[in-house]
Design a protein around this ligand. Structure first.
Ligand SMILES: N[C@@H](CCC(=O)N[C@@H](CS)C(=O)NCC(=O)O)C(=O)O
Length: 203
């Protein structure tokens, strides 16, 4: 049994939330070290790449959220053992990571520049990745992304879709998912109703 501490911002989303959910679902004991945004400057100085999330495993700090997701996902039984199914699970997680980078690229922009960049994002990559992700889900029967069961791919998509629906990104309509990929919204709601997940968010 490893001693685990996950370090990430104190909000229910972003690059740290999939690992939190996986550990909660898997009943894996961990310290959930959450810090307010104002403390990021101080926290990042203690991390290897000045970024979060990190997972401290028995005293060693590890970076890269999808690597962390896979590590805890394997322990939680939420990552396929079959290599091909694992590939399909990774594909979804890495695609969401790619589109997340595109969104983050617009964070530093302001005013008209940000508006234009976000509108281009909505028309381009966000629409493309939402349509593609929905198509992947439909190919697998519409319930789950791989193995007809809940895996990391579902958790990572759940976190992404919740974030797009939240309306916190200016110039990205909160109706975007419903307009472009309503089946991902239905999937998000199904995952939210998983008893351990609804219990976690009601805390
Ligand atoms: N490749 C890293 C990216 C981590 C990342 O960019 N984290 C953001 C917060 S969600 C961060 O720390 N940004 C500050 C920076 O890059 O300077 C991962 O997969 O975890």
């Amino acid at each position: 049994m490893h001693k685990l501490t996950l370090t990430y911002f104190d909000f229910p989303g972003g690059r740290g939330e999939t690992a939190r959910l996986a550990m909660v679902l898997g009943g894996i004991e961990f310290e959930d070290y959450r810090f307010p945004f104002e403390q990021f400057g101080k926290v990042r100085e203690q991390t290897p790449l000045k970024q979060v999330p990190t997972l401290n495993v028995d005293g060693r700090q590890v970076t890269q959220n999808n690597a962390i997701n896979r590590f805890v996902g394997k322990m939680a039984g939420l990552y396929p053992e079959d290599d091909y199914q694992a590939l399909l699970c990774d594909e979804i997680m890495d695609a969401i990571e790619t589109v997340t980078h595109k969104i983050v690229d617009t964070f530093g922009l302001e005013g008209e520049k940000q508006k234009l960049a976000r509108e281009a994002l909505v028309k381009g990559p966000l629409t493309q990745y939402l349509e593609w992700t929905q198509a992947r889900l439909e190919e697998q029967g519409g319930e789950y992304f791989v193995e007809n069961r809940l895996t990391l791919a579902d958790l990572k998509t759940f976190v992404w879709i919740r974030s797009l629906n939240s309306g916190h990104l200016d110039h990205v309509p909160s109706s975007l998912v419903e307009d472009i990929a309503p089946k991902l919204n239905a999937h998000m709601q199904r995952v939210a109703q998983t008893p351990a997940i609804s219990e976690y968010y009601s805390r």
